[in-house]
Design a protein around this ligand. Structure first.
Ligand code: PHE
Length: 489
């Protein structure tokens, strides 16, 4: 039993046959807060010590907009007063005295009371009847709030037909009577106890906690959700992806998104006339429009593209353009960064990943954004093979919560074999990214010694699965209500 319940029951035991009203309980218990009395009454009723009697009473009260009428008088009263106190009161005078939204309705109200315009001036057949009817109306609203059955029904209907003046609410009044079980509760059980609601260091250091009465909390009660700061779901998802790769022994790579076409495409053996290089797919930069590249690099890529260099490949043929290679662009994939990492560390075995932003000139729709994120990764080591690649991706998705993963043959200019990764979600296979083993045309010019497994997967696609979205745009529209209700990832 809580202290307020003890006090209320003790009080009620002093007069067992009485039906207690809220006011009586407040007074006898020396409380000012109605909620304390209501709460204690509720608790005692649940325990069977008290019986609650509830009465619902429909009450008519002045509505929000009706408050002005109470303060300044009803519109018809104000207009009628003006007419009575103004010599030759006419329409023009009325319009000059009252605001537009009052003049019209005011005349309307008075017309229904028998006031008319006669040869330009306002007249009434029986002015006293008008005055007395208006006085009755004024008295009616001054008498609110009141129980509905005590009101003059004709007057009530009149006011209910006018907009916003009165409203009806159901008020609940409670009274309490003590039950025989409540009467038999021993006085000793009703002594109020000092209860502890907060555990402090002082309390723990002293011995007082041993005999303390701890306040109990009902964790099943409804409560408001505290509005606290939290990560955006995309940021939370990035953190999760990051921690999975870190846990799998990968290191993170972070690099610029301003890049050259050379690294973004030529190094990856994407032919210079590849359609994806066109303006409609790639954002080329005006500044810097061109970024210098070492001559030996563009020469090496040129040889590969034109005739395959020393790789045994026949290349793409045609003439390689150094100027095209130097074009500045916003990276279209994060493979541009892993390939540079390999170029700088060609012989050190590695496991590297990145989760970063890429850009493509896409029209925005339900499943496309011009700016999105890729989950990129490479494994380079002696003996690395396709099986290892598939196993790594399967492990990643299993850790993300998607144990069903399959791969299908695909094509990328820079990998052989190439594959597409799909995960099963709600019974359907969804494509989430591409992967493969880098071709000799990619690895040989950079002096890369061992096989390189590589992949690039869409983060927003994955977010759609994790958050159950059917529109990718939802992730970036700053819909606070939606953001607040997202699960913590
Ligand atoms: N870069 C590819 C893309 O953007 C994905 C990929 C990365 C494919 C690495 C194979 C190897 O879709």
């Amino acid at each position: 039993m809580l202290n307020p319940e003890r006090r209320m029951l003790r009080t009620m035991q002093t007069n067992p046959s009485h039906e207690w009203t809220l006011a009586e309980v407040l007074e006898a218990c020396q409380w000012t807060d109605q909620a304390v009395a209501a709460g204690a009454g509720h608790g005692l009723t649940n325990a069977g010590f008290v019986k609650t009697n509830e009465e619902h009473q429909e009450t008519i009260r002045v509505a929000q907009e009706g408050q002005n009428a109470v303060a300044d008088g009803l519109l018809e009263a104000r207009v009628w007063n003006w007419i009575c106190s103004t010599e030759g009161a006419d329409m023009a005078g009325l319009q000059a005295t009252f605001q537009r939204h009052e003049a019209g309705p005011g005349v309307g109200l008075l017309k229904r009371l028998g006031v008319q315009l006669e040869s330009g001036s306002f007249m009434a057949q029986d002015p006293d009847a008008v005055t007395s009817e208006i006085a009755k109306r004024t008295e009616f609203i001054a008498g609110l709030p009141a129980p509905i059955q005590t009101l003059d029904q004709t007057m009530l209907h009149h006011f209910q037909s006018r907009k916003g003046l009165v409203e009806s609410v159901v008020m609940t009044t409670r009274t309490w009577t003590i039950t025989p079980m409540g009467q038999s509760v021993e006085a000793a059980a009703l002594v109020e106890q000092q209860s502890v609601s907060e555990i402090t260091t002082e309390l723990l250091q002293s011995d007082a906690w041993k005999d303390a009465d701890f306040r109990s909390f009902d964790v099943s009660l409804e409560s408001t959700t505290p509005r606290t700061g939290r990560s955006h779901p995309m940021q939370a998802l990035i953190e999760r992806v990051r921690s999975i790769f870190l846990e799998m022994g990968f290191s993170e790579l972070v690099d610029d998104y301003v890049q050259t076409a050379g690294w973004n495409m030529d190094a990856l053996f994407i032919p210079q006339d590849h359609p994806a290089r066109e303006m409609q797919d790639t954002f080329y930069l005006e500044n810097p429009a061109s970024i210098d590249l070492p001559k030996d690099l563009t020469d090496a890529w040129g040889a590969i593209h034109e005739h395959g260099g020393d790789t045994g490949s026949v290349g793409w043929g045609g003439a390689f353009s150094e100027a095209t290679s130097k074009k500045g662009l916003l990276r279209t994939h994060t493979t541009v960064n892993t390939i540079q990492y390999l170029a700088e560390n060609p012989s050190e075995p590695c496991r590297v990943f990145s989760v970063d932003r890429v850009f493509r000139k896409e029209a925005i729709d339900r499943t496309h954004l011009p700016e999105f994120h890729q989950i990129e990764g490479i494994i380079m080591e002696e003996g690395a093979n396709l099986q290892m690649l598939v196993a790594t991706l399967k492990t990643f998705y299993a850790k993300m919560g998607y144990p069903e993963v399959r791969v299908r043959p695909a094509y990328f200019p820079y990998t052989e074999p190439s594959l597409e990764i799909e995960v099963k979600w709600r019974g359907k296979w969804l494509e989430l990214g591409g992967a493969g083993i880098f071709r000799p045309e990619v690895t040989e010019p950079l002096g890369i010694a061992s096989p390189v497994l590589a992949w690039g997967m869409g983060l927003e696609r994955l977010a759609m699965l994790v958050l159950g979205l059917d529109d990718i745009r939802q992730l970036y529209i700053s819909d606070l209500e939606w953001l607040r209700n997202q699960p913590i990832l």
